[in-house]
Write a protein that binds this ligand. Structure first.
Ligand SMILES: Nc1ncnc2c1ncn2[C@@H]1O[C@H](COP(=O)(O)OP(=O)(O)OP(=O)(O)O)[C@@H](O)[C@H]1O
Length: 961
């Protein structure tokens, strides 16, 4: 049995035999030239025997039924009339043209209203075959009755699109003889026939004729006639015949018309829950990509479907939808993910190799590719962008036939999930959130496929390899479709036949394309096939004859598809809520949304509580900090106050103990102190030291304020002669202070005791400094936190004030350090004075009280220095800055010789003066610094400060006598 190949023959075609004249038609078509060939032959005889190429196995070559050679050679038309005629709504979108036989430009009916055009067309279409004519009329009525009786899913019964009466002619199979068709028909019951008729409506086959690049009236071109109104393509050549489909689009029909007639209903059905597949099939360069993708000015099926999908969603408020899209290509029998390809780039910017994509099958999803990137889309623009991205990644190359030839089969899959909304009361917003029925998500898939075109072997090796793969997969597709007719018969016999069993006989697995299309081809989906042809070979490198052969092959493929594919597509079942096997993201997302909403509400309540708590904590913390600061302030103020009191007490003691005064008073006091010191210095050296230190501090003030000295003196009048303790001098903090006058009872103490006192004083100062430093640190910290809080609140921060505070504190520290240095210096001076005094006093001590207690080495040192001391005392100016030598205790009058006592007294006075001057300088400086005002009870100012430390300046009143 000879079977023509669907693929391109690789040998030159034999010269076309003459078509057998068909009396009725020939007479009616005056414009068509009489074929030069004389003998009309059946398909089998008109085509060369298939000659497999290296890439195509003979077994996979699709077959066509061979008509009986003895039967009349008149070509049978495709049995299309049974299929509904899609409505013509192109008037609103674009041009719909009347039949346009290539040879004779028939007058355009473009301007005529659709109905008028249709009727005039129906009348005016040249029909050259009486049988066709009669069939046509017969099927027209059948078709019309079907429209009202048992509508198929893709016919004009679509609720949303008004259907126009069908003008499809009689359905007849082109490649089956009458006998076979009749036999098949007889074998089927009436019900089967009805079902078959109905199911045929689920498969639409359309043919689109591409306009020639340059119009030339070739002889072969003139043998073709395309009648869009009657959906008829006829060829008057050697393999002459007439092919009738659901739609035939002429060269004048634009993409809108193609979409409206061939895909729109299917897309709408998909939105309702059916699976649907649209694919474009045809020779290379005939306009598959142009039809599916279109151009910017003339969008194709894919963009128009996308627009329609969203229109449907808008028009269907009682349902909610979720759309996800994937885009793959089959290139050289390998599946590439076109959406992942654009995103998967390596570190060097090179595209990364993809994970191998495999085809899997399960009972629910059928055959599917995995792993495949799916993107959820929410708008037509987004969806179009995703697809445009995939298009960029698709393989295209220039071939002999097409400058931008698709080298792969491209499959766009849009998964539509939808479910019913419950009409509910309340606001719109509430409805949206709550009015969701618990179950029932329906998942359907729309596959939009742009196949690569069949082509002849190319010069280029790469193109040849690609071409071989393309041809092989297309041949497998043809084979599967051809064999479906046998399955259809079996189905008629045994409706309960297991589909999987049935599919075993079909070579779906021979190519990835057929495997992927398995669900659609085996009847699980609505199918629309758009076959593209180019009648004239102008602009094609193929010879006119081979081009014609290819075109005829496409037409035959279309006829076979129409006749053999039986779709029993049903609405996808609703997946119940909570079904673990459900792929429905809608369900998943809804649950997730509900969960998240709950979490959010919980979080909101929690956050409110936490916020309150945090605010409370912050308030507490602030209050605590404020309290701490206040405490610190108080402590500092206390410390400063104590310091000052202590300081002032020392001043008072100093004036008393040293007897610093003007004229005689001073001398007598000095004398008295001297004698007292000699008596008392060894009784309680520690107490003496502190009061002496105080004396040194306070002394100069007394020196300069005679009146105050008098008042101080009066305060001591009632005190005991030997031990003076001021109790009322300091009224504010006197109880906390050890206000001893000195260990010698007159405010004098040994210098070593004074040194100790100074050390204690120094320790106090250090403590004070560290307190201040600590405070400064805290102030800084709190200032930082306030600054950051202010920033957090978006308020402005007075940075200047913070800096000023820092500066002030730094200055304070620097001041304290300077004062500390002064103390150190003073201590050093006192130490050396103490040393010298000790040396100077040694003979006196030896002879009076210290002979038993003085260590031998000190005695020695003392005796050694005695002469020096006398030298020094004889010349006190020799060491003016070392007054300690003259600070030596004056020997008691009983032990001191007259001249020696005088000399010593003199030297003591001198040195005391010097010391007083030195201390006076220091105190003066300090007074200016500290801002102290000391007044007596009469208001006389004892000491006046500069006011630099206003915060700690105090007025201390001396007690009145
Ligand atoms: N109906 C049409 N009207 C105008 N131009 C068309 C039409 N059909 C196709 N063309 C043009 O023909 C050329 C080839 O078309 P297209 O690329 O769509 O062919 P194809 O069938 O996809 O080819 P291949 O299989 O090689 O990819 C393009 O330049 C396209 O614009």
């Amino acid at each position: 049995m000879s079977r023509p190949s669907i693929g391109p023959p690789d040998t030159p075609l034999p010269s076309l035999p003459k078509t057998r004249p068909r009396k009725s038609s020939v007479s009616s078509i005056t414009s068509l030239p009489t074929p030069s060939t004389t003998t009309a032959r059946a398909v089998s005889s008109s085509l060369p025997k298939p000659k497999p190429t290296s890439a195509i196995s003979t077994s996979s070559i699709p077959t066509v039924n061979t008509p009986n050679p003895s039967a009349p050679s008149l070509r049978k038309t495709v049995s299309i009339g049974a299929f509904p005629k899609p409505p013509s709504i192109a008037a609103s979108r674009g041009a719909s043209h009347p039949p346009s036989p290539l040879s004779a430009g028939s007058p355009s009916a473009e301007q005529a209203p659709p109905k008028q055009r249709l009727s005039s067309g129906a009348r005016g279409v040249p029909v050259r075959d009486s049988s066709l004519k009669s069939n046509g009329s017969r099927l027209s009525s059948r078709s019309a009755s079907r429209t009202h009786g048992s509508p198929s899913l893709l016919n004009g019964s679509d609720r949303s699109i008004p259907a126009l009466p069908s003008s499809s002619p009689s359905p007849r199979e082109s490649y089956m003889d009458d006998g076979e068709e009749e036999a098949r028909g007889r074998k089927m019951s009436n019900d089967d026939t009805a079902n078959s008729e109905k199911n045929k409506g689920n498969v639409l086959v359309s043919v689109r004729v591409r306009p020639d690049a340059a119009k030339q009236d070739n002889k072969s071109d003139l043998e073709w006639m395309v009648d869009g109104r009657r959906s008829l393509v006829s060829y008057k050549g050697r393999e002459g015949g007439e092919y009738i489909y659901d739609n035939v689009f002429t060269t004048h029909d634009n993409n809108y018309k193609v979409y409206d007639s061939a895909a729109k209903r299917l897309v709408r059905r998909v939105m309702e829950g059916y699976h649907g597949t649209v694919f474009a099939y045809g020779m290379t360069g005939t306009g598959k990509t142009f039809s599916m993708q279109g151009t910017a000015t003339s969008p194709g099926v894919i963009p128009l479907a996308i627009t329609d999908i969203f229109s449907f969603i808008r028009e269907t408020p009682h349902r909610e939808f979720l759309l996800r899209v994937s885009y793959l290509e089959i290139y050289n029998e390998k599946i590439n993910d076109l959406l992942a390809a654009s995103t998967m780039t390596g570190p060097n910017g090179q595209p990364q190799p993809q994970e191998e994509i495999k085809l899997r099958e399960d009972s629910k999803r059928g055959v599917y590719a995995t792993p495949l990137k799916e993107e959820i889309v929410q708008s037509p623009t987004q969806l179009l962008r995703v697809i445009a991205r995939g298009d960029q990644a698709r393989r295209v190359a220039g071939t002999q036939f097409n400058a931008r030839s698709s080298r792969s089969h491209a499959v766009v899959q849009i998964v539509v999930e939808s479910r019913e909304r419950q009409p509910g009361a309340g606001s719109m917003q509430e409805n949206k959130r709550q009015a969701i029925t618990p179950g029932g998500v329906r998942v359907s898939t729309l596959s939009l496929i742009d196949l690569a075109g069949s082509e002849r072997a190319a010069e280029n090796k790469e193109r040849r390899t690609e071409g071989a793969h393309i041809n092989k997969s297309l041949l497998t597709l043809g084979t599967v479709i051809a064999r479906l007719s046998g399955e259809k018969d079996k189905q008629g016999k045994d409706k309960t036949a297991n589909t999987t069993e049935k599919d075993k006989h079909l070579p779906y697995r021979d190519s990835k394309l057929t495997r992927l299309l398995q669900g659609a081809l085996s009847g699980g989906a609505l199918v629309s096939i758009l076959c593209t042809i180019q009648i004239g070979s102008t602009g094609s490198v193929a010879t006119a004859s081979s081009h014609t052969g290819e075109t005829l092959n496409t037409l035959k493929f279309a006829s076979r598809a129409k006749n053999n594919i039986v779709s029993h597509a049903k609405k996808a079942e609703e997946a119940q809520a909570g079904d673990p096997n459900s792929r429905a993201l809608l369900d998943k997302y809804r649950n997730e949304i509900a969960d998240l909403r709950k979490q959010l509400e919980l979080q909101n309540t929690k956050t409110a509580a936490e916020k309150d708590e945090e605010e409370e904590k912050a308030r507490e913390l602030e209050a605590e900090q404020r309290h701490e600061e206040q405490m610190l302030e108080m402590q500092l103020a206390r410390t400063a106050l104590k310091e000052r009191i202590e300081h002032l007490n020392r001043l008072i003691l100093s004036s008393k103990s040293l007897g610093v005064n003007s004229g005689r008073s001073f001398s007598s006091l000095s004398m008295q102190r001297g004698s007292m010191m000699s008596q008392m210095s060894f009784q309680d050296p520690l107490r003496s030291a502190r009061s002496s230190a105080a004396t040194l501090d306070a002394y100069p003030m007394m020196m300069n304020r005679n009146s105050s000295v008098a008042s101080f003196r009066s305060s001591f009048r009632d005190s005991s002669a030997t031990t003076h303790t001021i109790t009322g001098a300091v009224t504010e903090a006197g109880s906390e202070e050890d206000l001893s006058l000195g260990d010698n009872g007159d405010g004098t103490a040994t210098l070593s005791a004074q040194v100790r006192s100074l050390q204690a004083d120094l320790a106090d100062k250090n403590r004070y400094i560290s307190t201040l430093e600590k405070r400064l640190l805290q102030a800084r910290r709190s200032s930082h936190s306030r600054v950051s809080m202010s920033f957090a609140r978006g308020g402005n921060v007075a940075e200047g004030s913070t800096e000023e505070l820092f500066k002030e504190k730094d200055t304070e520290i620097a001041d304290l350090r300077a004062r500390l240095d002064d103390k150190d210096k003073m201590m050093a001076a006192l130490r050396s004075a103490a040393r010298k005094r000790d040396i100077a006093d040694l003979p006196t001590l030896d002879t009076t009280h210290m002979s038993s207690t003085t260590p031998p080495d000190l005695s020695r040192r003392s005796s050694r220095h005695r002469s020096n001391g006398s030298n020094n005392s004889s010349n006190p100016k020799a060491s003016p800055m070392s007054p300690v030598s003259v600070l030596a205790p004056v020997p008691p009058p009983s032990t001191a010789t007259g001249a020696g006592a005088d000399r010593r007294k003199k030297s003591v006075d001198e040195v005391t003066k010097m010391l007083d001057e030195l201390i006076d300088q220091k105190i003066h400086a300090e007074r200016v610094d500290s801002g102290i005002v000391v007044r007596n009870s009469q208001g006389a100012t004892l000491g006046v400060g500069g006011g630099k430390r206003q915060s700690i300046s105090r007025v201390v009143s001396s007690p009145t006598t």
